[in-house]
Write a protein that binds this ligand. Sequence first.
Ligand code: ADP
Ligand code: 5GP
Length: 246
Amino acid sequence: MAGILFIISAPSGSGKSTLVSELRKQLSGVDFAVSWTTRAPRGSEEDGREYHFRSREEFERMVAAGMFLEHAEVFGHLYGTSRESLDEARRAGHDLLLDIDVQGGAQVRASMPEAVSIFVLPPNPKVLRTRLRNRSRAEGVVNEAELYRRLSEASKEIENFRQYGYILVNDILDRAVAQLEAIVLSERYFRNGEAIAYRSRRVLEVAAACLQTNSQERLKPVLEAFGILGDSRQQELNFEEESDDD
Ligand code: ADP
Ligand code: 5GP
């Protein structure tokens, strides 16, 4: 494709959708692939904007017709990226962002190894829980079981971080948006030879610092907090110690 394919994965509630929408306000030429899902709309979500909401039967018909570039079951619902999204971005010569889970990320990397992959981490389990809870409150429904399910899946998803080229820790939003923008600009520069303003050379350094290979020290405390490095019981302890009113 003329543009670059970016895969963004993260545990639910890390702030992926927020980052993607902020990025698209700053940069032109980046399309977002609106996925198809069998889950019900949440809060103010609209069909065709956040997702194409469909029945399981319809989704399965689309799978059988080979319409998906990738698809996976996440939290008991089916999610998929249509091949059409890729074709549209290609026709427009735009970059394309896929907000997909780690299973989908692995499928896309297998068929399109040239894709750029970015994993977004929340700074620690406590912040993740607060974000999930705040989002549910803003949507007017706090479903404790669903919240717990998403939290307990987080560490399993994070274990896949090594499969991603870049790692963002979404702590301070403005900084994470600037890092994401730097990654896109840097990839455009290296892959497409796209000009980069002299004063913007700093973005190349920012992007390079987000490469997984350069992120060991930065990631250590985050991974430890999720029980991925060090004591494997840590994550359980972190969740238990939190109060409900944070
Ligand atoms: P995801 O798409 O990864 O599931 P969202 O983008 O929906 O996550 O973000 C989850 C919640 O966290 C939302 O309420 C969002 O406003 C909030 N949020 C996202 N990034 C930050 C941040 N850096 N600081 C504070 N809150 C954030
Ligand atoms: P949510 O229900 O919170 O919107 O999304 C739940 C999870 O499904 C997130 O990890 C999100 O990245 C993932 N997801 C959203 N769309 C797709 C898709 O098209 N394919 C795959 N594999 N995962 C998706």
